[in-house]
Design a protein around this ligand. Structure first.
Ligand code: AMP
Length: 110
């Protein structure tokens, strides 16, 4: 999608620190990390949020990518987050899973 920053990262139009790539999914380091390790996992195809993602197989691929990335980076304890909608904290409207690790997490999240 035009003017979508994560589409541009997925297509390598703009650079990012990639940690994972498969046919349909990329994982890269968050530009403004909120934990010592902060990775974003996104589908290459554009879906604005979880509300628009209707491909069950791709949902599985995204979670599988989380598992592959955490295994590769030797992370065993981590938090995954999907913000859906403005009030939930979503700022980039291309679905992404945050992986946060390397510090103690609070619950409930703010
Ligand atoms: P969210 O608030 O859930 O939409 O998360 C968006 C995340 O994207 C934030 O953590 C940003 O720091 C991150 N972000 C925005 N632009 C970039 C970029 N060019 N490369 C890597 N991460 C980015």
């Amino acid at each position: 999608m035009e003017d979508c920053i994560f589409c541009k990262i997925a297509s390598k139009e703009i650079p990012a620190k990639l940690v994972y790539e498969s046919e349909n999914v990329v994982g890269f380091r968050d530009i403004n990390p909120q934990a010592p390790t902060h990775i974003l996992v996104v589908p290459k195809k554009h879906f604005a949020s979880l509300n628009e993602l209707d491909d069950i197989s791709l949902m599985g691929e995204l979670l599988n990518a989380v598992k592959k990335i955490t295994k590769k980076l030797e992370i065993q304890e981590y938090r995954t987050v999907i913000n859906t909608g403005k009030s939930a904290g979503q700022e980039v409207f291309h679905i992404h899973i945050h992986i946060l690790a390397g510090r103690d997490m609070k619950w409930p999240p703010g």
